[in-house]
Design a protein around this ligand. Structure first.
Ligand SMILES: [Zn+2]
Length: 394
């Protein structure tokens, strides 16, 4: 479950749109039919794209949404699903035009193969949900596992097929929720997301990636190599691909679960969390973190929306030089990726590089905020500094 957006906001009540993802268990016939509909919507997408290209060739403009209507008739799909294919196509074309205007790179929508068409979207009706069944036109009642309560009025449905062959229903619902009262314990923490350890906190604590995840990843790499040994376009290659997709979704599930738990843990202990803003891509690259784990952005998303309902604050700071800057005296100390220690020539501070960065992140987030407790960390830093001096001298 995740927040999509806040719709209206006043002091106490707001409308929140949330998405819920539930596993579907279609029977053989339903699965076949759903797959056939994916195939039809793939064809529809390709027809629409061809149409758009032709129109552009003759008139130097792209067709309006209404112009697509003619093609969507008799497509064999549920009417709203068919229309939605063109809405997506239209949005993709407009996104490309916007990119071009702003001088950005962006691809023009491509013709899709069946592997790239993964979802059927019901923007308003054509479905209803009961306790154990999801009734969808024209597939009938599909078994669903509602593993959590759904609050609010259901608005849209997406039927999604993953590469591993599993089907999911993604339902969005609008609920009116009173904003939670802020229960703050006033504790603040800075978080540095890293390559070696998942995160280092500004109190020196480290959050390590779970070991079993690494084992999964090795297994995945092994199975991926298997694919390349199979003949191109052979049945065995297809089978190997499905095996890899299954492992991949298992890893993704386990990782998401772990990220949720980690976020919950942090939010139960701290009411203010500072992180680096990883959206600033170029800076992040300069920072030596260009090749990051996808887990980071999922984690920051989870943390942000959970913080909202937990009454905590999450702040993102500029990541420029957080690992170079000395957290004690501010001197910039150049480091390579493999330098694991921050060793300051001016003040003698000698601590773990990620620990140093985490302190900097918290400092940046709390700069100018009264009552910040960065001092807790300052005490730790000064004691470590003394230790380092003793080590050097002794
Ligand atoms: Zn220093």
């Amino acid at each position: 479950m995740f927040f999509l957006k806040k719709v209206i906001c006043n002091d106490f009540i707001m409308n929140v749109v949330r998405a819920y993802k539930f596993r579907l268990y279609p029977n053989k016939i339903q699965e076949k039919e759903m797959h056939a509909h994916l195939f039809l919507s793939k064809n529809l997408w390709n027809d629409g794209l061809e149409f758009a290209k032709q129109i552009y060739l003759y008139y130097q403009r792209f067709p309006s949404r209404q112009a697509y209507q003619e093609i969507s008739k008799n497509s064999g799909l549920y009417s709203q699903v068919a229309q939605n294919v063109f809405i997506r196509l239209d949005l993709a074309i407009k996104a490309k035009i916007r990119c071009k205007k702003n001088g950005l790179k962006g691809g023009f929508p491509r013709f899709k193969s069946i592997d790239r068409m993964k979802s059927l979207r019901y923007p308003q009706n054509g479905f209803s949900l009961s306790e154990r069944k999801l009734k969808v036109t024209p597939f009938g009642e599909i078994n669903i596992r509602k593993h959590r309560e759904l609050n609010g009025k259901i608005k849209t449905l997406i039927l999604k097929r993953e590469s591993s062959g599993r089907w999911f229903a993604i339902l969005t619902a609008v609920a009116r929720s009173a904003t939670t009262l802020k229960i703050t314990n006033g504790k603040q923490i800075g978080l540095d997301l890293g390559l070696m350890t998942f995160a280092t906190l500004s109190n020196g604590e480290q959050i390590k990636k779970p070991k079993n995840m690494q084992r999964y990843e090795e297994h995945l790499a092994f199975k991926q190599r298997e694919i390349s040994n199979k003949k191109l376009r052979s049945k065995n290659r297809r089978k190997a691909k499905i095996r890899v997709a299954r492992i991949y979704s298992k890893i993704a599930d386990a990782r998401r679960d772990w990220l949720h738990k980690t976020a919950n843990n942090l939010l139960s202990r701290y009411s203010f969390i500072a992180l680096e803003d990883l959206k600033v891509q170029e800076i992040a690259e300069e920072h030596g973190k260009g090749v990051g784990d996808a887990g980071w952005s999922i984690f920051t998303n989870i943390l942000s929306y959970k913080a909202e309902s937990a009454g905590c604050d999450v702040m993102f700071v500029n990541p420029m030089n957080t690992s170079k800057e000395c957290s004690d005296c501010g001197t910039l100390v150049n480091k390579n990726l493999w330098d694991r220690q921050h060793n300051c020539p001016s003040c003698g501070l000698w601590i773990d590089r990620d620990f140093n960065a985490a302190i900097n992140i918290l400092k940046r987030a709390t700069a100018g905020i009264a009552g910040c407790n960065a001092c807790e960390d300052e005490a730790i830093v000064s004691s470590m500094k003394q230790e380092a001096h003793a080590l050097k001298c002794g």
